[in-house]
Ligand binder design. Structure first.
Ligand SMILES: Nc1ncnc2c1ncn2[C@@H]1O[C@H](COP(=O)(O)OP(=O)(O)OP(=O)(O)O)[C@@H](O)[C@H]1O
Ligand SMILES: [Mg+2]
Length: 270
């Protein structure tokens, strides 16, 4: 076994133990060995902390199990420089018939990588009136439903939610669509589907965000109430809270294989 350096944790710890920093290359080696289609990944850090960079620029090109898969990125920002060059931009999924036929004529070996640009929606400052919310909900709901139904074992797929709380949060300006997102966490793995869920808002996501992933990346979270939410991850809670508080910008505390493996990593650092 070519496990990267890091710390294997078993059982509960009384005292927090320091977690090792490893190179990006070592982290990738670990993930190549341990990430399999059907596993979920969650990533948490406030805005600008490097979530999208980690997934789109870091993990995606490094892991054949991801880039060889069909990928749908749900992009609620549209012109974010970190994600805007990813995949084929689309405004709905499934694709219209003409587009599917064009695709059918293209080379078969080019993986299907789509970026669904969610149409803009707005709420009035007091949250009482909205514009475009129903349309945005329909676009996202139809896409997630079709993606789930099309998923099957012979064709691994990866769904990337660039801002999960924008979809699952109950209160405005979120879209309050937790049920369709939860279905993927609970069931798409049986169809070789993975869900990579990112969020800036630890309090705005359902508990599945913490329980369902096999691998988790936690960035520096300064807010104590937000850090407390991480207790839902279970396992080495003390160590997790302690290390998250110590992290530098763009570093992530990585909990692999349901927290049995831990290290700290930053994309590109040797
Ligand atoms: N490891 C890194 N090396 C170099 N640049 C990085 C790294 N991580 C992030 N960045 C840069 O930091 C900026 C913010 O990163 P990113 O867009 O991934 O943040 P984010 O957490 O997705 O933010 P948001 O929640 O607002 O979408 C980007 O310009 C990105 O290129
Ligand atoms: Mg982002």
């Amino acid at each position: 076994m070519s496990a990267a350096p890091g710390t294997e944790y078993r059982g509960t710890l009384r005292q927090p133990r320091r977690v090792e920093r490893v190179s990006w290359r070592a982290h990738v080696a670990w993930m190549r060995e341990h990430f399999h289609p059907g596993q979920h990944i969650s990533v948490i850090v406030p805005t600008g902390g490097g979530k999208s960079f980690l997934v789109i620029r870091g993990l995606l090109p490094a892991l054949p199990a991801v880039w060889r898969s069909r990928i749908l990125l749900v992009d609620d920002k549209g012109d974010d420089p970190t994600t805007r060059d990813f995949g084929e931009p689309i405004d709905r999924y499934p694709l219209p018939l003409v587009r599917r036929m064009q695709r059918g004529r293209q080379r078969e070996d080019r993986p299907e990588h789509y970026r669904l640009i969610v149409p803009d929606w707005t709420w009035s400052p007091d949250g009482s009136t909205s514009r475009g919310v129903e349309h945005a909900r329909r676009v996202v709901g139809t896409a997630l439903d079709a993606w789930y139904k099309e998923a099957h074992e012979g064709s691994p797929s990866v769904l990337i939610l660039d801002e999960t709380a924008a979809l699952t949060g109950v209160k405005p300006p979120s879209l309050n669509m937790a049920p369709v997102v939860k279905r993927n966490w609970r069931k798409i793995r049986y169809r070789a589907g993975s869900q990579i869920a990112l969020t800036q808002a630890p309090l705005g996501v359902p508990s599945e965000f913490y329980h369902q992933p096999t691998h988790l990346y936690l960035g520096p979270i300064l807010d104590q109430e937000q850090r407390r939410r991480m207790r839902e991850i279970g396992g080495n809670t003390k160590t997790i809270e302690y290390e998250v508080e110590q992290l530098q910008d763009r570093e992530f505390l990585f909990l692999g294989n349901k927290g049995r493996h831990m290290h700290i990593v930053m994309v590109g650092r040797s």
